[in-house]
Design a protein around this ligand. Structure first.
Ligand SMILES: [Zn+2]
Length: 663
């Protein structure tokens, strides 16, 4: 499944990997392909070999003509059947298939929106860029088979291009650029990229002693960023070789795209020019993509039994970088995960074991964030040394193989000596998370100190949890863990001094459903709402029209009737909104936004019945329209001030931890 980045600000990669193949004998392609980006002409020839003769179905995009076809040197008149834009050609058993094809690619549209997922499944080309995704049928895919390949690419002299794999040779002559690549491991499809690139090339010797070729293929407009990107890639290779094991490939390239994509593939990442310009990409997403060469493209997830690779990559890349920054930055990321989780309608939740790839906001919250939290809790349970040993063991045992959550569990059990069946089962197989709270607490003086009885409750069915409690005493703060396995349980703590207050899981070490005060309303909650409503607090027709467009870009579902809505988006001019709030008897505009700064102000409010309102207060109709693109990127905020399309101020309402006051 190929998914582009849905939302830039939440840059999360999409691995270009289709569902795991059936295990039929692998095919070896020998492809030569000529591409003329200006005219979208493609001409290809492929020689496909099998180790033993087998029947095969070739799948090719219906946009191409088959110019010739042979099976074991016998000419065959192709009789394709058409199926949803593809032609399928059933062939008799053969050891070798020769096929020539040609036709025109789609015109690459540089103005693609992030969400135009369908457009990204077409093979498309233009002078500014060519992207032929795996699965788009730009070459004859062998149905249900892993594929290794050698590929020669032939382009006009001002173009450069590549496919995943080792660069064998490249040259420029006769007004053409040619490059030859090989990918020897069985892979799940071939993606091809080309463009008017400038190549920066660097050979590095890695920590494990192998030589790796690092490259950028950048458009001229961002050529100045190349050296910095190469430095960062070298740093990430070093980090992960020491942490996991030797890098499994001989190259890594960062390739720019004229469209706002974000794809990870073996040996390369393909990112939009505008994405590469964002300063945080080098510090976060790039490392995430490099790490996918171990998790995802080095060990393949068993999609049928759940994709663990995004969670482990999120934990060992995005989250690990926060931990290196500071404990506060790491805690802030866990809080953001738990807030997102709290913002998800319970009906959208699914067991982690069912996550295959990111298709919408809820699947990201489960597949990336809940999964990363699982690894965080796992490290707490087994300790860092055992965690790292398990990661290395899992890698060396499963390199270039399909592995499941069960294989991961086995690696962690071997490294820690612990039975982790119950741990994995409760976080993988169930939907939801514990609703943990302090139900009661009492303290009494005893000989030599104080005795504190704390009753914890967590809802049903119960999880087995090791719950951290921070106890403030007259003699300082003390942190203790309480083992909880029932729905309600009382623990007794012996303390040296009188306890004053207890805070539940203050460091957010557990995956749990945050209480209302711990999870102040954020925009995401409205974006994911099951039945949102759009409320016009204005009589201005232009503002109303713009509000409908804003609602369409913000909500994942179409707005419904206000009566039954769990969330409402209230739009109006500044004076309209103030009047509306007064009429409805709601809290007035927050003091910090009262100066009506900016062209638009957006804020969230939770009413007593738990419903969320998002207020959009604007100067005029164009100020509403200006929000349609940027606002969905700010799902983790509670309030924002915009000047046009630019957020000039933003933040979340303060969170209040769960505290029990004893005196
Ligand atoms: Zn990823």
């Amino acid at each position: 499944m190929n998914w582009p980045l849905a939302r830039l600000a939440l840059l999360v990669c999409a691995l270009l990997l289709p569902a795991a193949s059936s295990g039929a004998a692998p095919a070896a392609h020998q492809i030569r392909v000529r591409i003329e980006p200006e005219t979208q002409v493609l001409e290809g020839r492929d020689s496909i070999r099998f180790d033993t003769p087998r029947a095969a179905t070739l799948v090719l995009s219906a946009r191409f003509r088959i110019d010739s076809l042979q099976a074991d040197a016998r000419r065959i008149a192709p009789a394709p059947t058409l199926d949803q834009g593809f032609q399928r050609i059933v062939l008799p058993a053969a050891r070798r298939i020769e096929l020539r094809w040609s036709g025109k690619l789609a015109v690459l549209d540089q103005n693609l929106e992030h969400r135009d997922t369908l457009s990204y499944s077409l093979p498309a080309s233009a002078g500014e860029g060519t992207f032929l995704p795996s699965g788009s049928g730009w070459y004859p895919m062998v149905d249900a088979s892993l594929e290794s390949y050698e590929l020669e690419l032939d382009l006009p002299a001002d173009q450069r291009g590549l496919v995943p794999g080792r660069l064998l040779a490249e040259n420029q002559s006769g007004g053409r650029y040619r490059a030859r690549f090989a990918f020897r491991q069985p892979a799940e499809g071939i993606s091809l990229m080309a463009g008017p690139y400038r190549i920066e090339d660097r050979l590095v010797r890695t920590a494990a002693g192998s030589e790796v070729r690092l490259r950028t293929y950048f458009h001229a407009a961002i050529a100045g960023l190349a050296a910095g990107y190469l430095d960062s890639v070298a740093g990430y290779l070093d980090l992960y070789e020491r942490w996991i094991g030797a890098y499994p490939f001989s190259e890594f390239s960062v390739v720019s795209s004229p469209t706002p994509t974000g794809f990870g593939m073996p040996t390369l990442t393909y990112l939009g020019i505008e994405v590469l310009r964002l300063p945080f990409i080098r510090a976060t997403s790039l490392g995430h993509e490099v790490l996918h060469n171990w998790w995802g493209n080095g060990v393949y997830p068993d999609y049928a039994r759940g994709n663990w690779s995004e969670g482990l990559t999120n934990f060992m890349a995005d989250y690990a970088y926060r931990e290196r920054e500071s404990p506060e930055a790491a805690r802030a990321m866990r809080l953001a995960w738990l807030r997102d989780y709290a913002a998800m309608p319970p009906g959208d939740d699914t067991p982690l074991a069912r996550f295959t790839s990111r298709t919408h906001g809820a699947s990201q919250i489960v597949g990336y964030n809940k999964a990363a939290m699982l690894f965080y809790m796992l490290r707490d349970a087994v300790g860092e040394a055992a965690f790292d040993a398990a990661v290395r063991g899992f890698w060396s045992a499963n390199r270039f193989r399909i592995a499941s959550w069960d294989d991961l569990r086995g690696a962690f059990e071997r490294a820690s000596g612990q039975d982790l069946v119950a741990f994995f089962a409760q976080w993988l197989q169930r939907t939801g998370a514990p609703n943990l709270r302090i139900a009661d607490a009492k303290a009494e003086p005893v000989a030599g100190g104080w005795r504190l009885s704390v009753t914890l409750a967590q809802g049903s069915p119960a999880y087995a949890l090791s719950v951290p409690l921070a106890v403030r005493t007259a003699g300082g703060d003390i942190t203790r863990r309480i083992e909880l396995s029932r729905e309600r349980e009382t623990a007794v703590l012996e303390l040296p001094a009188e306890p004053q207050q207890i805070t539940l899981d203050p460091e957010l070490r557990l995956l749990r459903r945050l209480a209302a005060g711990e999870a102040p309303p954020i925009l995401r909650e409205a974006m994911l709402a099951g039945n949102p409503a759009l409320v016009m607090a204005t009589a201005n027709a232009a503002v109303e029209q713009a509000a409908r467009e804003l609602a369409a870009s913000l909500f994942e579902r179409a707005p419904a009737e206000r009566k039954s809505a769990s969330t409402q988006l209230v739009v109006g001019l500044h004076a309209d909104i103030d009047a509306w709030l007064a009429r409805e008897g709601l809290e007035s505009r927050p003091a910090m936004l009262a100066a009506t700064r900016g062209s638009a102000q957006v804020w969230t409010q939770r009413s007593g019945d738990g419903r969320i309102s998002v207020f959009v207060s604007v100067r005029d109709a164009p100020s509403v329209l200006a929000l349609a693109r940027p606002l969905p990127h700010y799902g983790r905020e509670s309030y924002l001030v915009f000047e046009g399309a630019r957020a000039i101020e933003r933040g979340t309402w303060p969170a209040r931890p769960q505290v029990w006051i004893l005196k």
